[in-house]
Ligand binder design. Sequence first.
Ligand code: GAR
Length: 208
Amino acid sequence: MMKRIVVLVSGGGTNLQALIDAQESGLIQNGKITCVISSKADAYALERAKKHGIKTRVLVRKDYPDVVAYSREMLKALQEEQADLVVYAGFMTILDELVTKALPNQMMNVHPALIPSFCGKGYYGLKVHEEALAKGVKLTGATVHFVTEVCDGGPIILQKAVEVQDDDTPESLQKRVMEQAEWKILPQAVALFCEDRLEVKDNKVYVR
Ligand code: GAR
């Protein structure tokens, strides 16, 4: 059965683009991006979706009184879209556990560091790379993990390391982490999910 993939975005959408490219090149078998939901009305990710004929929806956090009300609306949207898999691709809003609990091991996130380094509340976007450079780590990378009620704490699906260079800026490091890690492991993880090859046991993910 073709799995229905809903992608959540907030920004430029280069990870969404990597997923669209993987779908069009046939890397993602058994799955189809059926909807893109943005937390920002002006996210460029929406243009990328439209260009490829993918349905879009916008759910803005500040249109709702609190995170629970927002999360209820998001869950309703995901259910309307009959999502089999929900992918956070640069989605910058933390949802209430009412969403993650309703879709256990059916939501995944890409994080621009090697979890458990530089993750958790407050670590998003460029900030992650600023902290990695401030610490002076020689290796960083990206992680794809299942989303649970613990921010960046769910079972790890795939990771890929990227070398830090002495002259890196947060921007140059972000770009290398995207190119060498995120854009590769996110489509791979989605492909594995769609082939039913991910098994979660004792909070660990096994690729079958
Ligand atoms: C990506 O680097 C993604 O890993 C990161 O934001 C960027 C979004 O770029 N996500 C987080 O920091 C989530 N905590 P994109 O919109 O071009 O995919």
